[in-house]
Design a protein around this ligand. Structure first.
Ligand code: HXC
Length: 258
């Protein structure tokens, strides 16, 4: 399958998705949304694929929603199109794990896309920001919500109100990114991490992802009940029997994915 705005390739059990609009610093227009939704849905549906990496270029992961596409739209257009809703209903709804590998600018919608991933690995060149205020608007793809959950109110509020960028070091210490690597190693490190995840029992990976995400949606009591139920469901899988047998027999597990 080929896409107008993405390059997609499979590396073993890992799907690598590269945003490819260099002329616009990977700005996220409607075509990128359509392509990203389709590529992640195809990844989710492919039983041979168990982790994905979404990345951009050295200069920009994505410099935001496409300002040129939005410039002439009116409020009614944004409302009637339910503009940006596909990022929530499709991209962020991916059930299997995916990592954002971020180098350069991750601004506005670019920062928001990175935060939709299960975690972010950042190059030392990465710069994160929610500069929408400078355009007279505010984040529309989850920035005010996910950034606040990731880094807390003080930093999220400062970022949204000033539009300033956060470098990789600050982003790591604030909890926005899992790890920083030298820019030249970004793709290798992200693919290596993805391969580690892809080698895990697949249902366990999906349920671990769902459980961590639930922590942002539920009370502690609800989350703990759901966690126990999901743990109990996993104990019914063939991969649980295999995983525990493999440990006892001091060998690597061979997963059935069920
Ligand atoms: C459309 C963009 C773009 C964007 C860059 N480009 N960002 N096009 N939408 N978000 C285009 C530029 O117009 C230019 O095209 C080309 O990419 C290269 O960009 P330059 O500005 O020349 O590069 P540079 O000087 O290196 O500056 C990089 C930059 C700057 C600091 C990242 O491009 C920038 O500030 N971009 C906008 C960042 C931003 O505001 N993002 C949030 C968008 S709003 P041409 O053809 O002119 O050479 C958003 C959510 C909005 O994400 C929610 C609304 C409801």
């Amino acid at each position: 399958m080929s896409y107008e705005t993405l390059l997609v390739e499979q590396r073993g059990a890992v799907t690598l998705i590269t945003i490819n609009r260099p002329q616009a610093l990977n700005a996220l227009n409607a075509q990128v949304l359509a392509d990203m939704s389709a590529a992640l849905a195809a990844y989710d549906a492919d039983p041979t694929q168990h982790c994905a990496v979404v990345t951009g270029s050295e200069k920009a992961f994505a410099a935001g929603a496409d300002i040129k596409q939005m410039a002439d739209k009116e409020a009614a257009d944004f409302f009637l199109e339910d503009f940006f809703s596909g990022w929530t209903s499709h991209v962020a709804a991916t059930r299997k794990p995916w990592i954002a590998a971020v180098a350069g600018f991750a601004l506005g919608g670019g920062c928001e896309l990175a935060m939709m991933a299960d975690f972010i690995i950042a190059a030392d060149t990465a710069k994160f920001g929610q500069p929408e205020i400078k355009l007279g608007v505010a984040p529309g793809m989850g920035g005010s919500q996910r950034l606040t959950r990731a880094v807390g109110k003080a930093k999220a509020m400062e970022m949204c109100l000033t539009g300033r960028m956060m470098d990789a070091t600050e982003a790591e210490s604030a909890g926005l990114v899992a790890r920083i690597v030298p820019a030249s190693d970004l793709l290798d490190e992200a693919l290596k991490t993805a391969a580690t995840i892809a080698a895990m029992p697949p249902m366990a990976a999906m349920i671990n992802k769902e459980m961590v995400n639930l922590a942002f949606e539920s009370t502690l009591t609800q989350g703990l009940v759901a966690e126990r139920r999901m743990f109990q469901i996993l104990t019914a899988t063939e991969d649980k029997k295999e995983g525990m047998a493999a440990f006892v027999e001091k060998r690597a597990g061979v997963w059935k994915g069920r």
